[in-house]
Structures are given as structure tokens and as C-alpha cells.
Design a protein around this ligand. Structure first.
Ligand SMILES: [Zn+2]
Length: 106
């Protein structure tokens, strides 16, 4: 069954993979595929929904690429990935803390 979270997760993965394809870099695309396979289920787990902010960041990245502003596209992409990594770390810490208290709460 397609849930909103699954739809968003697939769209997010497709965005990142298409960036690699558009860059015509098989190495980048392969790295993105691997990273998406590992991080996407965690990023889109209950309690970590990223939809609005991620969509806004994606739009800004696309705009920078469209304007051929390589430095801005790179900066926005790095910020996007760092923010999502921070979300993953915070989510992991919440789960670990909840586990120490005897239960999961996300
Ligand atoms: Zn993204």
C-alpha cells in the first residue's frame, strides 16, 4: 500500500538519483544509489518526516542547477545532506534514549 511517507521517500530518492544521472557521473550515481538504499528507510521512518523542508531545499538546488550556478548548487546540496544526516542522528539518539528508558517512542 502506498502511504504518503512511501510516496515522499520514493520521490526523494528519485530526486537524488536523477541529480547523479544529470551530472553524467556513474561514480556519483552509484554512490547516491548506495547512500539512498542505506539512509532512505531511516530518513522516512515515522517521526522523521522531512517533506516540506526537503522539498524546498530540492527546489533551490534545481534552481541553482538551472542557473548553472555550480557553487550554489554544491553548497545547497551539502547543506541538504548535512541537515538530513543531523535528522538521522537526532532520531537515532531519541530511539536510543527511549530504549534506555524501557520503550520506543518516536
Ligand atoms: Zn533530498
Amino acid at each position: 500500500m502506498a502511504t504518503q511517507s512511501n510516496v515522499c521517500r520514493r520521490a526523494d530518492s528519485r530526486f537524488h538519483i536523477e541529480i547523479g544521472v544529470a551530472a553524467q557521473s556513474p561514480r556519483l550515481t552509484l554512490s547516491i544509489l548506495q547512500l539512498q538504499g542505506e539512509s532512505s528507510p531511516l530518513l522516512w521512518a515515522p517521526g522523521t518526516l522531512l517533506t516540506d523542508q526537503s522539498a524546498q531545499e530540492h527546489a533551490l538546488i534545481v534552481e541553482a542547477i538551472k542557473n548553472r550556478d555550480e557553487q550554489r548548487a554544491q553548497m545547497l546540496s551539502v547543506e541538504h545532506c548535512e541537515r538530513e544526516a543531523k535528522v538521522l542522528i537526532e532520531h537515532h539518539l531519541r530511539l536510543a534514549t527511549a530504549e534506555q528508558r524501557g520503550g520506543y517512542r518516536v
